[in-house]
Design a protein around this ligand. Structure first.
Ligand code: GGG
Length: 326
């Protein structure tokens, strides 16, 4: 069976790490049909719109999408692309790979981030020269859908339960609804939950990350806290992610377009290549996904490294080493 994959490199280092992941996928015995599509800051500067309709339609119809990064147009690209695959959860594992010099080598956790609402649902207004507002949206239905996924996730992966990170002591209505909805679904399913205030979580995870396995968060909190966790496991070049919908998914590194190093050919491709492994697993190619993970792990352990990991190798050197191991 042919897997139809949309590939959107996007901006900055997205143009470097996305082709690297495609090169790795092409080295496998899986029948892929890749279709490249455009989105991002550079598309907006050329055409006036950051996300062409053709790109949206392709993402909404192909089996899966591999996405790189965008810069200033994140709100115009990433949010609609998640919508195109009806994604209700963004899975963000933060784990330390052998050989990576991490601040907290014992970190091994997974964020399950609400992916459709919160403060990222786009209701911003400029009411006067002095005043701008943002409406935060939280529904029981989206929170419950995330909770149901979290319950299945912990059951399938052998965890005892999950943490719910929120700030319901301040945002009583919105985060209160989020917390109550998530906890009530878990209670019904007999899955253990423990609440943690998201600000306290930020401290606790730095001091002792072993306290946490699976952390269910509202949208913005999941975005921020997973970047914080990236700092514990070797940097943003190490965090992959999967935006999961009922029928299809969109896979992207957690990092953005990194304009400071874009064009130098030194971006760490690991996060995007591990995102591609998550895509393989989502499509049912578990064995191939594991092969990719093992190859990445092997190269991180004793192969070439990009400068963010203390080496002087290029994106191409690392990619070639991963492909050689497959
Ligand atoms: N790799 C995706 C990317 O460009 N991330 C940058 C970003 O701003 N992400 C926001 C989000 O994940 O919601």
């Amino acid at each position: 069976m042919t897997e139809e994959i949309t590939v959107i490199p996007g901006d900055g280092i997205g143009q470097e790490v996305t082709p690297a992941a495609v090169e790795v996928l092409e080295a496998l015995e899986v029948d892929f049909a890749f279709q490249e599509a455009e989105a991002g800051d550079y598309v907006r500067s050329e055409t006036g719109e950051a996300l062409p309709e053709d790109t949206y339609d392709l993402v909404a119809s192909t089996d899966a999408t591999l996405f790189g990064a965008v810069g200033e147009t994140a709100a115009d690209v990433i949010l609609p692309l998640r919508d195109a695959v009806d994604s209700f959860v963004n899975v963000r594992p933060a784990t330390v790979y052998p050989g990576v010099d991490a601040v907290r080598p014992e970190t091994d956790l997974v964020f399950l981030r609400e992916n459709t609402e919160g403060v990222y649902s786009g209701h911003e207004d400029r009411l006067s020269d002095d005043l701008s507002t943002l409406t935060r949206v939280v529904t029981s239905s989206a929170s419950e859908q995330l909770a149901a996924f979290a319950c299945e996730f912990v059951e399938d992966n052998g965890y005892d339960g999950f943490h719910v990170a929120h700030k319901a002591n301040v945002m009583r209505e919105t985060d209160g609804r989020f917390r109550d909805s998530v906890v009530s679904v878990a209670d019904e399913r007999g899955v253990e939950t423990e609440e943690v205030l998201m600000d306290a979580f930020a401290t606790h995870v730095c001091l002792d990350p072993t306290q946490f396995d699976v952390v269910v968060c509202p949208n913005l909190a999941g975005d921020v806290l997973s970047d914080l966790a990236a700092g514990l496991v070797g940097g943003l070049g190490m965090l992959p992610s999967a935006n999961i919908g009922p029928e299809r998914g969109l896979f992207e590194p957690v990092h953005g377009s990194a304009p400071d190093i874009a064009g130098e050919g030194i971006a760490n491709p690991a996060a995007t290549i591990i995102s591609a492994a998550m895509m393989l697993e989502h499509l049912g190619h578990d064995e191939e996904g594991k092969r990719v993970r093992d190859a990445v792990e092997g190269v991180l352990e004793d192969g070439p490294r990009t400068p963010d990991l203390g080496g002087d190798a290029s994106t191409a050197d690392v990619t070639d080493a991963i492909v050689d191991r497959l």
